[in-house]
Design a protein around this ligand. Structure first.
Ligand code: LMR
Length: 398
């Protein structure tokens, strides 16, 4: 039956974790996957999550959630993206369903886009999270690209981006990273977002925001929703994928939300029913546990405050590691500029290392990262930053 099946190519991100785990070296360092680690390099379960778990135990309920997922979780999740007192939420204009984290939310949207606008395409930034390509490919939505990153400045190619927005056919779909762009760590400024939003209005484009890192850009989820809020102020209808993998550390719980802002409540009811219908033959209804953790935390003001503090703590540790990595490289006498390490934001540093230099780091120094040179700053610690800097210096000095 399966004789013709060839092994699939390794995933460019999760394949790095597999290679890391298989390496017996005691010096090995994993700065591949975007998963937060504490300063001892250990995975973290947030204190607010531990408290939510304590409250859940003894109150076991294994019943199915509705097809659209937990209503309480969705209500609180929408407030994080659209605003605590959003009129759009009050007016019930948002069709929202619980999704299997950010990936599941993007995939549901891509399938929805294909089903109801079968001739549409999606514009994706260069570069983007590698899985975005897989998601829209498997949903059979043709992909176009738009300029985003400027390799020389290691910052935003704003002129290129704006040209592509202007030149795309009216009414195109664009995938935008709401904050903490993955993999580059480069976000438009508030002023630039305003210009982007204005141009989207002129061209009648549709913005689909992937917000996987809310809280990791500025340390404050509210501030990190700024790009979305600008689009809302300008009266756009948007789509949004939200995830609690990173900002609540609920990676394996697969809890997130897909929302689509509609013209009115009637349209939102229709859209939600169709999203549920797409989910039903794939996984029927979403898992209950992660959603319960999120609702407990966000519905309790004290726990929510604790969560906000913990998000800021994670973001601050990463900022500290950016400074440390840059300083270490500079004090080794590197002749290259490493300013971008501290200019970029969020979980990643797009280092500028070539695939060959990355291979060298892996083969000689047991340092694991994706071949596009992305360093997950969340994997950098006080204990390994010196080793990492030294290895980077070794492979980049001429
Ligand atoms: C990453 O970019 O490393 C994370 O989003 C993990 C993943 O699923 O790729």
């Amino acid at each position: 039956w399966w004789g013709g099946v060839e092994p699939a190519a390794k995933d460019p991100i999760l394949g790095v974790t597999e290679a890391f785990l298989a390496d017996p070296s005691p010096n090995k360092v994993n700065v591949g996957v975007g998963a937060y680690r504490d300063d001892d390099g250990k995975p973290v379960v947030l204190e607010c999550v531990r408290e939510a778990e304590r409250r859940i135990s003894g109150n076991l309920n294994m019943e199915y959630l509705p097809m659209g997922g937990s209503i309480r979780m969705i209500e609180e999740t929408l407030k994080l993206a659209y605003g605590e007192n959003s009129e759009l939420i009050k007016d019930k204009r948002i069709a929202a369903v619980q999704a299997l984290s950010g990936t599941g939310a993007c995939r549901l949207f891509a399938d929805f886009q294909k089903r109801f606008l079968p001739d549409s395409q999606i514009y994706i930034p260069v570069p983007t999270w590698s899985n975005h390509h897989n998601i829209w490919r498997d949903a059979h939505v043709p992909q176009r690209t738009f300029h985003y990153y400027h390799p020389e400045s290691k910052g935003l190619d704003f002129a290129g981006l704006m040209d592509d927005v202007k030149n795309a056919p009216n009414g195109s779909f664009f995938l935008l990273h709401a904050c903490a762009h993955n993999p580059t760590g480069v976000d438009p400024s508030e002023e630039q977002w305003r210009e982007i939003s204005y141009q989207f209005k002129v061209k009648n484009h549709f913005a689909f925001f992937d917000m996987a890192y809310q809280g990791f850009a500025s340390g404050d989820p509210e501030r990190d929703a700024k790009a979305i809020r600008i689009f809302l102020e300008d009266g756009h209808l948007i789509g949004c994928a939200q995830s609690y993998a990173k900002n609540m550390g609920l990676y394996g719980q697969r809890v997130g939300c897909l929302s689509v802002l509609c013209e009115d409540e009637m349209q939102a009811v229709a859209v939600k029913s169709q999203l549920q219908q797409i989910a039903r033959p794939m996984y029927s209804n979403p898992p209950v546990h992660g959603a319960l953790i999120v609702s407990i935390i966000l519905n309790d003001p004290d726990l929510k405050n604790l969560w906000l503090k913990e998000v800021k703590g994670m973001a601050d540790r990463i900022i500290g590691m950016r400074t440390a990595l840059r300083e270490n490289l500079e004090s080794l006498g590197s002749s290259l500029s490493w300013e971008h390490i501290t200019n970029q934001i969020g979980m990643f540093c797009y280092s500028g290392l070539t695939p060959e230099q990355v291979d060298h780091l892996t083969n000689e120094f047991h340092i694991y990262m994706t071949r596009n040179g992305r360093i997950s700053m969340a994997g950098v610690t006080t204990g390994n930053v010196g080793y990492l800097a030294n290895a980077i210096h070794e492979v980049t000095k001429s």
